[in-house]
Design a binder for this molecule. Sequence first.
Ligand code: ARG
Length: 460
Amino acid sequence: MAQLWGGRFTKETDRLVYAFNASVSFDRKLYRQDIRGSKAHAAMLSKQGIISAEEEKAIQEGLSSILKDIEEGRIEITDEYEDIHSFVEANLIDRIGDAGKKLHTGRSRNDQVALDMRMYTRDEIVETKSIVLKLLTTLADMMDKHIDTYMPGFTHLQKAQPVTLAHHIGAYFEMFKRDWLRLSDIYERMNYCPLGAGALAGTTYPLDRDYTASELDFYGPTLNSMDSVSDRDYLIEYLSAAAMIMMHLSRFCEEIIIWNSNEYRYIEIDDAYSTGSSIMPQKKNPDIAELIRGKTGRVYGALMSLLTTMKGIPLAYNKDMQEDKELVFDAMDTVKGCLALFEGMVSTISFNKEIMAASAMNGFTNATDAADYLVLKGVPFRDAHGIIGRLVLYCIDKGCSIDELTIEELKDICPKFDEDVYEAISLKTCVEKRLTKGAPGHDAMTEEIKACRAFLESAV
Ligand code: ARG
């Protein structure tokens, strides 16, 4: 047990208590941020004349050597220490002696951990944004490729109106675009430096908080010292954005699973992204899509967990907050992993265009267009809706589609039908005439894809 405190204690900490209290097994992930923050703090202490230039030099060199030794595997962050902050400080004192004991002047582990977590999360946001961007690029490429790939659009998982695969994928482009923007927003709000807030009430040393904030690439210092050490809003915002990303991935995965089913056969998932069954030799399962859908639960869980942890905490720092780490780290790894795997899976799917087009043609997806045709011939829409309804019933009875009826059969139901109806309700017309902004018609989609590309160009 190596701890930074103990002066006011007369007994050793109970072993179980020590283990229960310790966080080094998971906060060791923060070693880079901890060392970087300490270096900035030491530079500021020296600039302000709180420690000498020689002491600062010894601290800087000591911290650099600790970082190097960790990265090169010469030292290990073991469970002997309470947390990463204790590990770094104790190691520094071992290396440089008394100067190391001055590093913590004007600082508390409360502002230190708040700083480390912010820096870690900030980097994660940047990394996650770049993976989302890669996925968006892949989706835009798929949209280009499938602008004329017809498929049914669904409501209530019932065939509704024909669309294109580009149009369907475009919906996900919008979702992931919002995810990217959401992460950017969170970054803007969180990028303020809590260092210098001390335990909760600042400090009597003349710290220069603007200096450390700028050294550490923050927009500036946080405003209120009590908020600085007890704010975990940015983690909740991050988890909420992460949960939303998972929800979008999960919806897409659900569709991929449906499309891949024996009943649909719209797609073939690449062998590299499928798995077999130990008993049923014919099986090729969409396990990756299912796992991504499944992992959504743990990210939602992390969000609920942290919201609940934070809800009853009085100001300022309380140890409850240590519970933020494991679940946030887990969510970060899960989201990045799922995004990357999903991108790989979706970019290697092959689409059975004929089956998709055939599926778009049956199921009366052109019923709305047939009604619209009658409207153009002067029938009020509500009447047209009723006529086509009866027509559909007739077709179901006969086991055919609307376009398979003869002109006589059509005229029997409504004399307004003419030969030009077949053209008007063909799959191609049904899609290509949908030219309102955001609709699947070729020209409208071309515009939409242009906007997607413009977003990708601007997203840095
Ligand atoms: N391990 C602690 C955490 O993650 C660091 C802060 C400890 N501060 C304290 N006063 N015990 O929250």
